[in-house]
Design a protein around this ligand. Structure first.
Ligand code: HEC
Length: 107
């Protein structure tokens, strides 16, 4: 009996850890799609719409590739060129999440 309860608890804890990780990833993706995609594009190439008009650099650009995650987070927090600052709109964790998602396009 005790063992059964213990294994249920272990399973529940394990399941919640998995969910927490899954949620963190998908929330970065969700924020990117909501806030960043219009300019940076579905694949970070900024090849259509506003991205093209604003001449947003593609993730294939060496200038973008050489940026570290921390530099990108700073640029998004404080704004960069025509990009607005996001520090009042998004939390640091949300900005990190969307930047991490953006960085998955860098090859
Ligand atoms: C209104 C259009 C617009 C939106 C929305 C936007 N950006 Fe940008 N972003 C730009 C422009 C313009 C630059 C300036 C540099 C450039 O030419 O790429 C830039 C630069 C960047 C850079 C520096 C690397 C680079 O491409 O030059 C990162 C990283 C970045 N944006 C991420 C984001 C993230 C994450 C979001 C969403 C939270 C976001 N951007 C939303 C237009 C936008």
């Amino acid at each position: 009996m005790n063992n059964t309860i213990r294994s249920i608890v272990v399973l529940a804890v394990f399941a919640s850890l998995v969910c927490a990780v899954g949620f963190a990833q998908s929330s970065g993706e969700a924020i990117y799609k909501q806030k960043c995609l219009n300019c940076h594009g579905t694949d970070g190439l900024a090849s259509s719409g506003i991205g093209k008009i604003m001449k947003v650099k593609s993730v294939t650009d060496p200038e973008v590739k050489k940026l570290t995650e921390a530099e990108m987070i700073e640029m998004v927090r404080n704004g960069c060129g025509k990009m607005q600052p996001y520090k009042d709109e998004l939390t640091k964790a949300q900005i990190k999440g969307s930047v991490d998602y953006f960085r998955t396009f860098i090859k």
